[in-house]
Structures are given as structure tokens and as C-alpha cells.
Design a protein around this ligand. Structure first.
Ligand SMILES: Cc1ncc(COP(=O)(O)O)c(C=O)c1O
Length: 374
């Protein structure tokens, strides 16, 4: 039996009638950019997270970029972030002419190490940009403390962690000055194309972001600042409004699927061969179920040969990416991130995956290890 890494149709198909009705309404409205569908989604998204403001934007990348523009990040500034994330997190810092200052991650959570953040703060530090990776909150209590004592704001890259909660029950994206979300189709809350969102309780930042997403304009053809075209399409907003009420149920399924893997791996006595992701102290939303194995590439090739799709997030930490050579980082500087990059393997955990499919994944992993050590 083959098992896909993700099958978006399993959650989308039951909503076809609702989605078509919502798209039909936008089509007939003629308001295809901005307009009521965007306003409605922004209100619903803000309410679902318990924040004052939500701004719909064109992607998670543009959410980060707009926030950095809103906070006036400039050449010469330093932004502390993790090297173990998707390129967008550091790319936006670089695009502002600022320097991404990478620090290592914690081995268990894959999230940025607050001790390393503390050590990296300098007089040029203008922002701390943690990522809540794979659906688990970074240690925001400590990061916010460091931010406060050094007078530096914290922006959360919550692209992978919508509805995740930290140990105090605070929602990902709502703890720092702003939280950035991606609604890329494969995310826990996905549109049918590119889309993103920013949340904040800071009303003046919200106002700035609304201007930045439309070329820095305050009124038609009056531009207070340089912005961009970071608008959220009305069709995507309408689609997100249909899907948002189901997000809690999909999140529950992801968490159950993660728990089921733990049970199956324990039953198969694989725990000494496979390191399972450490559950966080809060509520993880299991965007990925990332195991660690020393012989990752061989295992991955075997699983692929029996029809099981997996993924490697991320094979190269960002300090070793060719696009960042000018930053001068060397291999060996962030050993925890570098080792994770060699060992991580994400297993299928999407809502709608069946128990039989998860059994197959674990059985095939067991078969691989039996073949290796007969
Ligand atoms: C951690 C992280 N940050 C930022 C992004 C960028 O989001 P988008 O693909 O919507 O631009 C992603 C999406 O893959 C992500 O995983």
C-alpha cells in the first residue's frame, strides 16, 4: 500500500459545495482584490486567535517582509533567527539589507535556543525572529524576557503553527509584537494558492501594515512610505473563511495521528532505532511528525521504494546555503542544526490519513531495520 506525504483532497472534498458557493459569491461580487471577503476573513482569523488585528497578505513570506518593513529594519541592523527553518525566514532579513544572525537550535524541539539568543544580542540587534517549527511553539517565555531586557521586539514566524499553544496556553503568533502565518496549501490552514496573514495587538503597527500591503498608500495615489503589493486575493480569503471553522477538528486529528505513531512505534519496539519528536510542554499542532534516524537517506530511499512518501525539512541549514555565503558562516558553527539536517525525516501525518496507512508506515520502517540487522 502506498502512503502519500499529504493528501489535501481528503479534507477538501467534503467541503466542495461550501467552497464552490463561497467562490461563486466572490466571482459575482466583482470585488476580486481586497473587498468584503478579505475583511470578513481578517475578523474571523483575529477572533479565532483572540487578537485585536489581523491583516491578510499575499503569502507567509510577504507577511514577514511587511512586518520587517513596518518595524523599519534597515541596513546595519541585526536580526537573530534560527538556521533550521525554511529560507523565507532569513531571506526577508537579507532583503531588508539587514544581517541574519543565526544561532543554534535545541536538539529536542528543533526550535531556537534561548541561551544562544541571549549570547548573540548586540547593540545592533533590532529584532528576535523565532520560528515555531513543525507545529511546536518556541520557548517564548524566555525569548520575550530576553527581548524585554534588551529592548528588542520579538516577531513570531508562526507559518507552521497556527493554533499551537505554548506552556501557558498562549497561541502561536499572539505573544510577540506580531505573528506571521502562511496559508500555503499544505499548511494546517491552507488556501488554494498563495496566501498569508499577520496578527498583532498593536493598533499602530496594524495601520502601518495595511498601508505597506498596498504600496505604502494612505489614500489613492498618496504614498507615505514605500510598500509593496502584498494583498490577499478575495478568492483565497473566501476559501480560508470556509476552512477556518474546521481547523480545530483538523488539528485534533493531527494530534491524534501523532499520538498513534507514538503508540505504534512503541509496540514495534523501534524506540531505540528511531528518535520520535519530543512533545512540547504546550499544545503542538503537528504540522510535521519529524523523526530522527542516523541512516536517514537509506531509510528514505527504502520507504520510497515501497511507495511511502516522506520529506526532509531541512537538508541544509540556512547558514550553509550558497545564497548566504557573504555572511561568512562556516560548517561546524551550529552543530545541533547541522546534525538535525542530516537525521530528520518527516512522516505522513495529515488529517484524513488512516490507521491502516500509519500502520503501514511503521511496519515498513520496522522491515527496513530488520533488513539492516537480520
Ligand atoms: C517557517 C516558514 N516561514 C515562512 C514560510 C513562507 O510562507 P509562504 O510559502 O506562504 O511564503 C514558510 C512556508 O513554507 C515556513 O514554513
Amino acid at each position: 500500500m502506498g502512503v502519500p506525504l499529504n493528501d489535501l483532497n481528503r479534507t477538501t472534498e467534503p467541503l466542495y459545495a461550501e467552497l464552490l458557493a463561497a467562490m461563486d459569491q466572490v466571482m459575482r461580487s466583482g470585488r476580486w482584490i481586497s473587498g468584503p471577503a478579505v475583511d470578513v476573513f481578517e475578523k474571523e482569523f483575529a477572533d479565532s486567535l483572540g487578537v485585536r488585528c489581523a491583516v491578510g497578505v499575499s503569502s507567509g513570506t510577504d507577511a514577514l517582509l511587511a512586518v520587517l518593513m513596518g518595524l523599519n529594519i534597515a541596513p546595519g541592523d541585526e536580526v537573530i533567527t534560527t538556521p533550521f527553518t525554511f529560507i523565507a525566514t532569513a531571506e526577508v532579513i537579507f532583503r531588508m539589507g539587514a544581517r541574519p544572525v543565526f544561532v543554534d537550535i535545541e536538539p529536542g524541539s528543533f526550535n531556537i535556543d534561548p541561551n544562544a539568543v541571549f549570547d548573540a544580542v548586540t547593540s545592533r540587534t533590532k529584532l528576535i525572529l523565532p520560528v515555531h517549527l513543525f507545529g511546536r511553539c518556541a520557548d517564548m517565555t524566555r525569548l520575550l524576557q530576553i527581548g524585554e531586557t534588551s529592548g528588542v521586539p520579538v516577531v513570531e514566524d508562526s507559518a507552521q503553527s497556527v493554533f499551537a499553544k505554548d506552556e501557558s496556553g498562549r497561541m502561536a503568533g499572539t505573544m510577540g509584537i506580531a505573528g506571521c502565518f502562511s496559508f500555503f496549501p499544505a499548511k494546517n490552514l491552507g488556501a488554494m494558492g498563495d496566501a498569508g496573514g499577520i496578527v498583532t495587538n498593536d493598533v499602530s503597527l496594524d495601520k502601518k501594515l495595511r498601508s505597506i500591503r498596498v504600496h505604502g498608500s494612505v489614500a489613492r495615489y498618496a504614498h507615505d512610505r514605500v510598500g509593496g503589493n502584498f494583498r490577499l486575493d478575495s478568492l483565497q480569503a473566501a476559501i480560508l473563511s470556509v476552512k477556518l471553522p474546521y481547523l480545530s477538528e483538523w488539528t485534533r486529528q493531527r494530534r491524534d495521528n501523532g499520538a498513534r505513531y507514538r503508540e505504534y512505534f512503541a509496540a514495534a519496539n523501534l524506540e531505540d532505532k528511531v528518535q520520535l519528536p519530543l512533545a512540547g510542554p504546550g499544545e503542538d499542532v503537528v504540522n510535521q511528525f519529524t523523526i530522527r534516524v542516523p541512516n536517514r537517506d537509506t531509510l528514505r530511499a527504502y520507504l520510497s521504494s515501497v511507495g511511502i512518501e516522506t520529506a526532509v525539512y531541512y537538508p541544509t541549514p540556512l547558514h550553509l546555503q550558497p545564497c548566504f555565503v557573504s555572511l561568512g558562516y562556516q560548517r561546524g558553527e551550529f552543530p545541533v542544526a547541522e546534525k538535525a539536517a542530516e537525521e530528520v525525516l518527516a512522516l505522513p501525518v495529515f488529517p484524513g490519513i488512516t490507521a491502516a496507512e500509519q500502520t503501514e508506515v511503521v511496519e515498513q520502517i520496522a522491515a527496513f531495520f530488520r533488513e539492516q540487522n537480520p
